[in-house]
Design a protein around this ligand. Structure first.
Ligand SMILES: NC(=O)c1ccc[n+]([C@@H]2O[C@H](COP(=O)([O-])OP(=O)(O)OC[C@H]3O[C@@H](n4cnc5c(N)ncnc54)[C@H](OP(=O)(O)O)[C@@H]3O)[C@@H](O)[C@H]2O)c1
Length: 256
């Protein structure tokens, strides 16, 4: 498993914990964070080998960076605490990017309580558990801690959502909690964002998961993962702190 890079610049580099490293958006986010000067802890739930391969790729492209891997379920408070401690350097952490969350598709009348609970576990409680675990270290960041949650374009409006009702409900609840947290931790220098992608074509996408939705994208095309990574990079930039509590749609008008 890749460990700290012996050639890495020690101690003073900024540190980020990226959850969802093996997902459709994960590699683009990881490359962008490394390019922007972050030493990284990469987390996925179970694809350890894929995560390790990404870590090697990052170290080859950014030899001055340090990249570690720790896989597990961020909804488990014990794992979340272990990962947050690993991500931090001398107790301080600069950013947590929470690009995880399963998608359940099904009409409301076909959404069992079990399915709804699973969506809430995956999209609300798991990232929330990770954010709380990281908060003490984020408060110690010298550059100002950042939390980036992932929503879904359009989920911020409590309108009817048809096949993604349960998913949208979990993202709406997450957005509400993110805003409330942003208000509480603003004086600690910690900024909280929710980045809400629309239709993104990733290595994990299928034609069925992209093409039918394109007619609802005013911008007329699917986004690339790198475009979502650009938005996250802006949230993490010094200027991004001023928008704490905000939702940033990255969607070319989808969901408005
Ligand atoms: N891609 C899109 O078009 C799109 C659109 C709107 C919103 N979003 C949001 O953007 C975020 C990232 O999307 P994505 O497409 O990259 O997702 P994805 O392809 O489904 O990948 C999810 C990633 O998160 C990890 N993960 C999931 N649950 C976890 C948990 N409890 N603990 C630790 N790791 C966990 C997965 O690890 P394993 O692979 O090991 O399970 C995987 O690395 C999600 O919140 C999603 O809802 C994406």
């Amino acid at each position: 498993m890749p460990k700290r890079n012996p050639r890495a610049q020690p101690a003073d580099g900024r540190r980020a914990w990226l959850v969802g490293a093996t997902g459709g958006l994960g590699p683009a986010l990881a490359h962008r964070l490394a390019r922007d000067g972050y030493d990284l802890l990469l987390t996925a739930r179970r694809r350890r080998r894929q995560c390790t391969a990404l870590a090697r790729e990052l170290l080859a492209a950014h030899p001055q960076r340090s990249v570690e891997v720790l896989c597990g379920d961020i909804g488990d408070p014990k794992f979340a605490a272990e990962a947050a401690a690993t991500a931090a350097q001398r107790g301080a952490l600069d950013a947590v990017v929470l690009a995880s969350g399963d998608l359940f598709l099904g009409r409301p009348s076909r959404t069992s309580a079990k399915a709804l609970r699973a969506q809430l576990e995956s999209n609300l409680l798991a990232p929330w558990t990770a954010a709380l675990a990281a908060l003490p270290a984020l408060r110690r960041s010298r550059s100002g801690g950042r939390i980036v949650f992932f929503g879904m374009a359009g989920a911020g409006l409590p309108t009817a959502k048809r096949a993604v009702a349960a998913h949208a409900a979990s993202k709406l609840a997450l957005l509400s909690m993110a805003r409330s947290l942003a208000v509480e931790v603003a004086r600690d220098g910690v900024a909280v964002w929710t980045v809400s992608p629309g239709v993104v074509r990733t290595a994990r996408s299928t034609p069925e998961s992209v093409e039918p939705f394109l007619e609802h994208v005013p911008g007329g095309r699917a986004l690339a993962p790198e475009e979502v990574a650009d938005a996250v990079a802006w949230c993490l930039s010094p200027g991004g702190a001023t928008g704490t509590g905000g939702e940033l749609p990255v969607a070319l008008g989808f969901g408005l």
